[in-house]
Design a protein around this ligand. Structure first.
Ligand SMILES: Cc1cc2nc3c(=O)[nH]c(=O)nc-3n(C[C@H](O)[C@H](O)[C@H](O)COP(=O)(O)OP(=O)(O)OC[C@H]3O[C@@H](n4cnc5c(N)ncnc54)[C@H](O)[C@@H]3O)c2cc1C
Length: 550
């Protein structure tokens, strides 16, 4: 017997079909919840599970941790196997059972989809940025299942000659919800999301709310999931309203395209007056009492100061989102960006060395962590790529002058055309002109770059006052390079310019150079961060990134 539409079922069989549909929706919901719990456990355990010793992995909190990377491949394989089971099991080759299952199973995923997008994440030792890829993948599976549900229903109605049934109010509600979900899929495609982030966000947020009453009215058996999802959305909105504070943001320009904002501690929301981990970010939006604000994305900015500082500092690249002096903005946060084990290790002396790679405003992420690690005696080094030499002045504001000039822990790479005059559109850099154009080179054979290149030649760096620090001595007119020089520094191997090019052989011959506890933290635009990530992984260094785009 093949697949068919079982129309004329007895009352008992109809009840059974409904029971089985509800059962598999519950099973899907429970499985996704268990799956998240397993990931949470992995996130806690895996950074401290070390290599096989006598055949067994072992857990130790006395050895340096490793960064936890979300096992996306495993997740995709798991769902490729699990989802067909939840959709097809006990359908008895009945198209009607399958189409109902597609609907109920998809809606049962909705609460977890919303849960994974909560800011901050309520899961212990996890932060929302870590969970966003999972939110994306689960949303894709959810929407594809919804679309399959709609197409199959349409086909069944056409086959049975009942297309008019689509015009019943409950079916129309389902159709509108499905159309909105398709709009989410389209606007979240990378080229559209990157170009029109606000459109992507508005469609996302509007659909998240509006789809709930539509689905509620569309199908009775999934009410419970819709109610949970609505509670999560409401809780998120209340959290944002209660933790935000409306303040003015005093803007001070460093260069035509970069400015900083310093907010006195007492003006901050209460949540930001307490301790938070260095490298966390805040979110800035228009005032929450304007309804339109809720349909627009808030703007994340990394806190460039430490929680104990009297001021909270933000370093911002001028974009299309204007920050005006006399206007009020809603400020909320903090939201962590770095895993807990990293800070635990740093306090216990398990972080051996840290290399920072930053592009432009990525310095906001680097500065507080660098200061924190220096206070703990961890050796640090920063390769910072900027377009305008004048951006370097922010190092003084961020408390990194000594670190840069006395201890020479910072190298500044000016990659923009310093002779070019600012264009008429300097006040609004486009993607290509902003931090996105900053990049890094990788050279595994040699150790050039940095101190082996001539200093910045035709720079247009102007000291603000005669007694202000002169950063031109640590500036280079090239791109930063990840090479043997950096690798040997991370391993704590002293570098000799004469033997430098033989260093790789030396390293291979030398007794094992253990990459444990040697970290690379990158922040800024996608390309720079991506290249650094590849280099870190090929050299087995622990890596963490703070990307400034979503
Ligand atoms: C965790 C994090 C920390 C950041 N820290 C800083 C910082 O310290 N200094 C700084 O200058 N910039 C920082 N950014 C980037 C900054 O948030 C965006 O540049 C800014 O929101 C762009 O606003 P826009 O309306 O001009 O963007 P658009 O011109 O509309 O978009 C430009 C790009 O910015 C990204 N973007 C825009 N809005 C958001 C948003 N709400 N959330 C995430 N990405 C967005 C998108 O990828 C988009 O493609 C950070 C971003 C993230 C994700």
């Amino acid at each position: 017997m093949g697949w068919s539409i079982h129309q004329k079922l007895s009352k008992h069989d109809k009840l059974l079909r409904k029971f089985v549909t509800v059962k598999y929706a519950k099973l899907t919901f429970a499985s996704v919840a268990v799956f998240i719990a397993v990931l949470l456990l992995l996130n806690i355990l895996l950074p401290r599970v070390h290599r096989l010793r006598r055949g067994w992995p072992y857990y130790s909190s006395k050895e340096p941790s490793r960064a936890f990377v979300l096992p996306l491949r495993f997740i995709v394989v798991f769902w490729a196997v699990a989802l067909p089971y939840f959709l097809f099991a006990e359908t008895r080759q009945d198209y009607l059972a399958l189409v109902k299952r597609l609907g109920s199973v998809s809606v049962s995923m909705l609460p977890i989809v919303h849960f994974l997008a909560l800011r901050p994440s309520p899961l212990p030792r996890m932060f929302y940025l870590q969970l966003l890829p999972l939110h994306k993948w689960l949303s894709r599976i959810f929407i594809l299942t919804v679309i399959a549900h709609a197409i199959l229903y349409f086909a069944i109605y056409v086959h049975l000659g009942k297309v008019r049934k689509l015009l019943i109010t409950s079916n129309l509600c389902g159709l509108i919800a499905c159309t909105l979900f398709i709009a989410i899929i389209l606007t979240s495609l990378k080229p559209i999301r990157r170009r029109f982030y606000n459109l992507f966000y508005s469609v996302h947020y509007f659909t998240a709310w509006v789809s709930l009453p539509l689905i509620y009215y569309h199908a009775r058996i999934t009410h419970v999931y819709v109610i949970i999802a609505a509670c999560l959305l409401a809780a998120q909105a209340c959290y944002r309203a209660f933790t935000s504070r409306h303040i003015k943001l005093p803007v001070q320009y460093i260069s035509p395209s970069m400015f900083f904002i310093s907010i006195p501690r007492e003006q901050l929301p209460r949540t930001l007056q307490k301790y938070y981990s260095p490298g966390s970010h805040v979110r800035v939006s228009n005032p929450l009492y304007h309804f339109s604000t809720w349909l627009q994305s808030s703007h994340p900015y990394t806190i460039a100061s430490l929680p104990q500082d009297p001021q909270l500092t933000l370093v911002i690249r001028k974009t299309t989102y204007p920050i005006k002096l006399r206007r009020f903005y809603a400020l909320t946060g903090p939201y962590s960006s770095l895993p807990v084990p990293f800070f635990e290790d740093a306090t216990r002396g398990l972080v051996k060395r840290v290399l920072f790679v930053a592009g432009g405003t990525g310095i906001a992420f680097v500065a507080p962590i660098m200061r924190h690690l220096r206070s703990l005696g961890v050796p640090v080094r920063l390769l910072w790529a900027i377009r305008d030499a004048n951006d370097a002045k922010v190092l003084e504001t961020l408390g990194l002058t000594d670190c840069a000039l006395k201890e020479k822990q910072i190298e500044i790479y000016v990659t923009g055309d310093q002779t070019a005059r600012p264009s008429a559109k300097w006040y609004m850099p486009s993607g290509a002109e902003g931090d996105e154009s900053l990049n890094i080179d990788v050279d595994d054979d040699c150790c050039g770059g940095g101190e082996f290149k001539p200093l910045l030649s035709k720079y247009s760096y102007h000291k603000t006052y005669t007694d202000s620090p002169d950063f031109s001595t640590i500036m280079f007119n090239s791109r930063p390079v990840l090479n043997l020089r950096i690798k040997s520094w991370l391993h704590g191997v002293p570098i000799d310019t004469n033997t430098c090019c033989c260093l790789d052989q030396l390293m291979e011959m030398g007794t094992d150079l253990d990459p444990a506890g040697r970290w690379i933290l990158a922040s800024g635009a996608e390309t720079l961060v991506g290249e650094t990530e590849k280099w870190a992984s090929s050299n087995k260094f622990s890596f963490y990134k703070d990307e400034f785009s979503m």
